[in-house]
Every structure is written in structure tokens, then in C-alpha cells.
Design a protein around this ligand. Structure first.
Ligand SMILES: [Cu+2]
Length: 288
């Protein structure tokens, strides 16, 4: 896939150098420049991909964009040709031609072929995104008005809430509206099954660098997966209008080495042992 995208960007660079500046400008979003895992000022391309899913989404986008630019240029060219060649001054006596079978077959068949070219990789990608093949651990994400809760069912089953850091508490260097009190911590290069639901209204757990944007729906569990290949911090936001503080429930994922994750797990298990969930469990056990 990496080879594919390299070839595509080489082709695109050639393509833009051959055409006027306006076309080069249209193709600019395809050339990846920024490597941060957060939104950048004036950014108009994707965040750098951190999972195989996002890498494939970008490849698929590049394929579509390349073909689409060709279609736009072709249609624009035809329109300019018609305006110049067949206006009332240049062509005062129009012909009365109404049908051309060859042309009609062509303009039906060519779009069908283009749609098939898009449909095959599109369906492949949809199936690839849907389920983890060999998940090594599970993360459960719950949307609440207006914060996220994270649960580690196969790592002690502790749960914690992740709330926004309000503007007045933001320290220098921190990102306003993106920073949280408790980050989700996950191990690098690990296939993680993600289960998502909500407690009150619909929310949407969206992290651009992971290629994940999935609704969390009360009474229903949605599933996706991720395998983050780079250590770092990744930011996302709720992407489903969920009420007055919709813009104040950011997502912050800290991806660490497998060893650091084990260390964090130990700490987290004791730190979050007093969560409501565990209190309820203990109460239930006492009642028995
Ligand atoms: Cu929300």
C-alpha cells in the first residue's frame, strides 16, 4: 500500500508540473506535508495515518481524487469547446442532429466502468475496517453527555471517565478543547477490538489519524478495530451533535510501548479501582 501511495504521489507531482498553476493548486491536497497527530492551522489534508486502516483510506482517497480531477478537466474542456465552437456567432446555422448511438453507448459504459473501478476497492476497504482479525485486547468506549468513559474488559475491567480540561485550567503548550484529564492509554502495534456504545444520546467517537469515526448509540454496541503503528498522542472529537456541550468532549489517546502499557495498567487498576462501577460490584458482593 505504501508503494502504491508513493507511486501515486510521484505521478501526481509529474501531473501537476505539466499543467498550469490552477491545476497544480487543485492537486496540492494530495501531497502530504504535515506529520503531527493533531489538527494544524491551515491544514487542508488528512492528518498523517497511524493505523493500516487510515493508510488504506488515504490510498483510496488518492485514487478517487486522481480520477475525479480527470473527469472535471474533461467536462470543463468539453464545455469550453462547445461555448467557443458552437455559439451563435461562430456557428449561425446549427445542425438538427439528435442521436448518436456510439456516443450514447460510450457515455453510459464509461461511467459504469469508472464506478466499478471505485466500487471494488471501496467494498474491500469497508470489510477490512469492520472487524479485527486476531484481536489481542478490547477497549470499550461509552459516550456520555458530555464526556467519554473507557473500560478495559480483558485487563482488569476497570473503567474511568475522560473529561475536558476547561479553558481556565489549560497550561501553556496544551491544546484548548482537545486536552482531557484522563487519556485513554493503549499499546503500540497491538490489534485492539473497540466496542462502542452510549448511555444517554448518540455520540460519535472520531479520531482522524486512526481512520475511526463511528456512532455510539444507546442500547446498541458498535464494533471496530485499530492497530496503532506509531507511539504518540492522538486527538479526536465527538462528531455527532449530542447537545449543548458537544464541542467539549474531546478524545485524547496516548499510545505507548507494550512495556509502558503494562506499567500503566498496574497503576490504573489501583487508581481507578474506586470507580462507581467497582463500588457497585463490591456492594453487590457484600449483599450476597
Ligand atoms: Cu457527543
Amino acid at each position: 500500500m505504501k508503494k502504491n501511495s508513493d507511486l501515486l504521489s510521484k505521478l501526481l507531482q509529474k501531473f501537476s508540473s505539466m499543467l498550469p498553476w490552477s491545476v497544480a493548486l487543485i492537486c496540492m491536497p494530495l501531497i502530504q506535508t504535515s506529520y503531527a497527530s493533531e489538527p494544524q492551522p491551515w491544514q487542508w489534508n488528512f492528518q498523517p495515518p497511524a493505523t493500516p486502516v487510515m493508510e488504506q483510506i488515504i490510498d483510496f482517497h488518492n485514487l478517487m481524487f486522481f480520477v475525479e480531477v480527470g473527469i472535471v478537466l474533461l467536462v470543463l474542456g468539453l464545455m469550453v469547446y462547445i461555448v467557443v465552437k458552437f455559439n451563435s456567432k461562430a456557428n449561425p446555422k446549427p445542425t438538427k442532429t439528435t442521436h448518436n448511438t456510439t456516443l450514447e453507448v460510450l457515455w453510459t459504459v464509461i461511467p459504469i466502468v469508472i464506478l466499478i473501478i471505485f466500487a471494488v476497492p471501496s467494498m474491500k476497504l469497508l470489510f477490512f475496517m469492520e472487524k479485527a482479525q486476531n484481536p489481542e485486547m478490547t477497549l470499550k468506549v461509552t459516550g456520555n453527555q458530555w464526556y467519554w468513559s473507557y473500560q478495559y474488559p480483558d485487563n482488569g475491567n476497570f473503567e474511568f471517565d475522560s473529561n475536558i480540561i476547561p479553558d481556565e485550567d489549560i497550561k501553556p503548550g496544551q491544546r484548548r478543547l482537545l486536552e482531557v484529564d484522563n487519556q485513554v492509554v493503549l499499546p503500540v502495534n497491538t490489534e485492539i477490538k473497540v466496542l462502542l456504545t452510549a448511555r444517554d444520546v448518540m455520540h460519535n467517537w472520531a479520531v482522524p489519524a486512526f481512520g475511526i469515526k463511528i456512532d455510539t448509540i444507546p442500547g446498541r454496541i458498535n464494533e471496530t478495530w485499530m492497530k496503532v503503528t506509531k507511539i504518540g498522542t492522538y486527538y479526536g472529537q465527538c462528531s455527532e451533535l449530542c447537545g449543548v456541550a458537544h464541542s467539549r468532549m474531546p478524545i485524547s489517546v496516548k499510545v505507548v510501548s507494550k512495556e509502558d502499557f503494562k506499567k500503566w495498567l498496574k497503576k490504573a487498576k489501583s487508581e481507578f479501582a474506586s470507580s462507581d462501577n467497582n463500588k457497585m460490584l463490591k456492594l453487590a458482593q457484600l449483599k450476597k
